[in-house]
Design a protein around this ligand. Structure first.
Ligand code: KG4
Ligand code: ZN
Length: 352
């Protein structure tokens, strides 16, 4: 069985292909980062029009890199939400056309569940330990705590088995990736800000006064907008924000110390709250997924601090990709799910 997964919920046009064991055959991602960089964030209309241009060539490139033909596809999986409506529509309609012309089943996937399923994908160089402990054919013996950290979401979700989720906490304002992107802009870094902040923080040479942590005590909710404001205020005090009015570019080390202190604050809050939640709900393990799960400080600190096993997909499968959607589609299909050709996109879809 060959599963082709299509992801177009935001600014990446991606097609991933897996076999029936969830083994990765290829994962092509056409990023639009350069198109949106000058705006400091995603412009929805530009994103959807670029998906229109990219979707067919990316599909052709994925098939060619896996040495497959269109006729080899046995299942088409596609993201139908949450995300930008105009972007989702391109992928969903392309998937419907592909599945109906090939006369193969078609399954829609919740993008957030797709991020979680990325942890089950095997690659030539990575065999996920989660697969043997959380066997997807059974109800889990203990809930798995899923930490979803991306540009649009920051959620703690209990996973009880296939398709059974309970949301236990989420951000009350900015998503964590959004905070990385906004703070990167304050520091004069390009979009997307997460990888830039991670790279810059390596050059930190001094522990500056820590930025605040919003603990949201008594709940598993998060809040990052106060942290963002604290960075802005201190950058203003240092005289380098906003650039255009001050014209004052600080030394790289000053920016690096800011970047590190900001990242430390994020990592501290996320790791401590996640570990607390895992113990509170008597979880058997923790899986961390989404674009921000690519962050090495977060990966290392969570793994070092947790007594429970921590599962994190390889970095390439953390950020948006088609392979995670193919994996979600394979799971749903194995559980008897097929989607209707009249299904619409669901931009505000939640996990439940
Ligand atoms: O999951 P994703 O690719 O797209 C959404 O579904 O939102 O996540 C994108 C987010 C961006 O905000 C980006 O800055 C952040 O993930 N990100 C990172 C890193 N790589 C990507 N944040 C921190 N450290 C990274 N290494
Ligand atoms: Zn995502």
């Amino acid at each position: 069985m060959i599963i082709l997964g299509i992801e177009t919920s935001c600014d990446e046009t991606s097609v991933g292909i897996l076999n029936e064991n969830g083994h990765l055959l290829t994962n092509i991602v056409a990023t639009q980062v350069d198109l949106h960089a000058r705006y400091g964030g995603i412009v929805p209309e530009i994103a959807s029009r670029q998906h229109v241009l990219n979707i067919e060539p990316v599909t052709a490139a994925a098939l060619s890199s896996a040495g497959l033909k269109l006729g080899d596809i046995s299942l088409v999986a596609v993201t139908y939400g949450p995300g930008l409506a105009g972007s989702l529509i391109v992928g969903l309609n392309f998937a419907k056309g592909l599945a109906s012309s090939l006369r193969v089943p078609f399954v829609t996937v919740n993008h957030l569940e797709g991020h979680i399923w990325a942890a089950w994908v095997t690659t030539d160089s990575f065999s996920p330990a989660i697969k043997s402990v959380y066997n997807y054919e059974e109800k889990f013996h203990k809930p798995l705590l899923c930490l979803i950290v991306s540009g649009g979401h920051t959620e703690l979700v209990l996973m009880h088995g296939h398709g059974e989720f309970t949301l236990i906490g989420e951000t009350k304002d900015d998503a964590v990736g959004e905070a990385f992107d906004k703070v990167a802009r304050v520091l004069g870094l390009r979009y997307p800000g997460g990888p830039e902040i991670q790279k810059l923080s390596i050059y930190a040479d001094e522990e500056i006064e820590p930025f605040p942590r919003a603990w949201m005590a008594g709940s598993f909710s998060f809040s990052f907008s106060g942290l963002k404001t604290a960075v802005i205020n201190r950058a203003r005090d240092f005289g380098f924000y906003p650039y255009r009015t001050s014209g004052n570019r600080p030394e790289k080390r000053v920016l690096a110390n800011f970047a590190k202190a900001f990242q430390d604050s994020i990592v501290d809050v996320i790791v401590k709250k996640t570990i607390l939640a895992a113990s509170h709900y008597d979880c058997g393990g923790i899986v961390m997924v989404g674009g921000v799960a690519a962050n090495s400080a977060l990966r290392n600190t969570l793994a070092e601090s947790s007594k429970l096993p921590v599962y994190v997909p390889p970095v390439d499968l953390c950020t948006d990709n088609g392979a995670m959607i193919a994996m979600g589609g394979l799971m749903s299909y194995n559980y008897g799910s097929k989607s209707s050709m009249s299904l619409d996109v669901s931009p505000n879809l939640r996990i439940s």
